[in-house]
Design a protein around this ligand. Structure first.
Ligand code: UDP
Length: 496
């Protein structure tokens, strides 16, 4: 029950899993720390996380969703398709973006009605800063990526080190970074290469709205001190924006198996957790490689064939999340035959479409991951103490790869070298089965390189677990932020 003095914070998430999941986990975290929380979202988005909210609410926390209508018919879409996911065509994608922009007015009216003490908003909703300012409410930016990538975006945009290169495949060094980080223009998002890309947001290339971030009260990061302390410092000192690292949030609010399984389930629930857990239980500790490219990315059929052979030839156990669409379009039945073969040999377990990722990563049999380096998957793997084979696809993922491989030294790079648009499949050089099998052997085998990487990953995993315990950095940051917001509420009340 809400009391008059209780801090009321409104969360406004953006409808892609990579943005929505961590913000919902953060909202739940605030509720667990005594804050009255309202999440403003649409029906279809809420259905992906309502179970977790209901379970927290029945445990006595003050958390609820406030549903708003997505203007489907106005933008020519059927009801319930507003969540951006892999397989959404460009045309539908543009309509969804238009629908999202039409939510601005009803959400602003809601801010007015609810009169919260603070608004936590996704970086894609840059208009919230002005809307909140009109009401005298602070806005906190939720940056669902790393300090490292925010620094990289800002420094590359400012200093444009790639402007003088003669080719897109030539390397430049990110200026001002404490580590030597080399990249090619091909690995950076398009909006950084082209000046003034008006529609960069339409292509969801994670163009951070620096300007609105600069005017917000501060930024919340799903990160933790030990993971990227140099870049946390760089961000605070040279970019000068107040920030709080409160991660890894998924580990903080999803401690038991039921919560892990409920978290972020998409429209198609996996639903066979028991079978999967039994399969994992039957494998030795640290022996299984989990392979996933996140919620949006897709690889070509030719690449799927190479991945399948690479995994099989490596001889290591694996769980691989494959899009159902890939099976439907696979007229020759390669994937069907591969799945049958893996069932027979018991080497691999294929999950169609959506996996209970937290359950898998945290299982003792899981020993490594092939990841597209989405920030959430990166952090969830770090928390589980796992080394990674990095296979970035778009947006900030190439920066995350650099952090994992060059700075933290817990990653082996194997994937694509081209930062591409996320919808559909961009044909590019296919990574061959031999390269994949070799990377798997480094990560999961007995070589010294792999052993050292695993030791470093385990150490970071321990740090991730400590930081969210009472007295840990992320724990303290959250408490400090909530206290600060409470003081603001009190001073506002005194002034009025
Ligand atoms: N996820 C999941 N099951 C899947 C694929 C993704 O639970 O089969 C979750 C994953 O745990 C993470 C989020 O979806 O929390 C994906 O976010 P990330 O930043 O890793 O990548 P994106 O999907 O945004 O590319």
């Amino acid at each position: 029950q809400q009391s008059h003095h209780q801090l009321h914070v409104v969360f406004v998430p953006y409808p892609t899993p990579g943005h929505m999941i961590p913000m919902i986990d953060t909202a739940r975290l605030f509720a667990k720390h005594g804050v009255n929380v309202t999440i403003i979202t649409t029906h279809a988005s809420a259905s992906t996380f309502q179970k977790s909210i209901d379970s927290d609410f029945s445990s006595g926390y003050s958390i609820k969703t406030h549903l708003i209508h997505f203007p489907s018919s106005q933008v020519g879409l059927p009801n319930g398709v507003e969540n951006l996911k892999d397989g959404t065509s460009r045309e539908i994608f543009a309509k969804i973006c238009r629908g999202i922009s039409l939510l601005q007015e009803p959400i602003e009216l809601l801010f007015h009605d609810l009169q919260p003490d603070c608004i936590v908003t996704d970086l894609m909703h840059d208009w919230t800063v002005d809307a909140a300012a009109k009401l005298g409410i602070p806005t906190i930016h939720y940056y669902s990526a790393s300090y490292f990538s925010n620094c990289a975006f800002r420094y590359i945009a400012k200093y444009r080190p790639h402007d003088d290169l003669v080719s897109d495949t030539h390397k430049f060094t990110i200026p001002g970074f404490p580590h030597t980080i080399e990249m090619t223009p091909l690995q950076t998002p398009d909006w950084l290469k082209v000046k003034n890309t008006a529609n960069s947001k339409l292509f969801l290339d994670l163009a951070p709205t620096f300007e609105s971030e600069d005017r917000s009260y501060g930024t919340l990061y799903n990160s933790f001190h030990e993971l990227e302390s140099d870049y946390e410092k760089l961000n605070k000192t040279t970019i000068g924006i107040k920030s709080w690292s409160v991660g890894p949030v998924s580990a903080w609010v999803n401690k038991d198996d039921e919560r892990k399984a409920n978290r972020g389930h998409m429209e198609k629930k996996f639903g066979k957790e028991k079978e999967l857990l039994n399969w994992l239980d039957s494998k030795p500790n640290d022996s299984v490689l989990y392979v996933s490219f996140g919620s949006l990315s897709r690889v070509s059929h030719a690449q799927i064939v190479e991945i399948a052979h690479g995994l099989e030839n490596s001889g290591h156990n694996f769980i691989w999340v494959v899009r159902e669409k890939d099976k439907e379009e696979d007229k020759e039945g390669f994937l069907h035959d591969f799945e049958e073969r893996m069932k027979e040999s018991n080497q691999g377990y294929i999950i169609w479409n959506w996996a209970p990722q937290l359950l898998i990563l945290d299982h003792p049999s899981t020993g490594g991951i092939v990841t597209h380096c989405g920030w959430n998957s990166t952090l969830e793997s770090v928390n589980a103490g796992l080394p990674m084979i990095t296979w970035p696809m778009f947006a900030d993922q190439f920066f995350n790869e650099k952090l994992l491989v060059d700075v933290l030294k817990i990653g082996v790079s194997v994937g694509s070298k081209l930062n591409k648009f996320w919808l559909g499949i961009v044909e590019e050089i296919v990574v061959k089965r031999e390269e994949i099998a070799k990377a798997v052997e480094i990560l999961m085998g007995n070589d010294q390189e792999g052993k050292e990487m695993r030791t470093r990953a385990k150490k970071l995993g321990d740090a991730a677990k400590r930081t969210i315990e009472e007295g840990g950095d992320s724990y303290n940051n959250l408490v400090q932020l909530i206290d600060e917001l409470k003081s603001l509420k009190i001073s506002k009340a005194l002034c009025s």
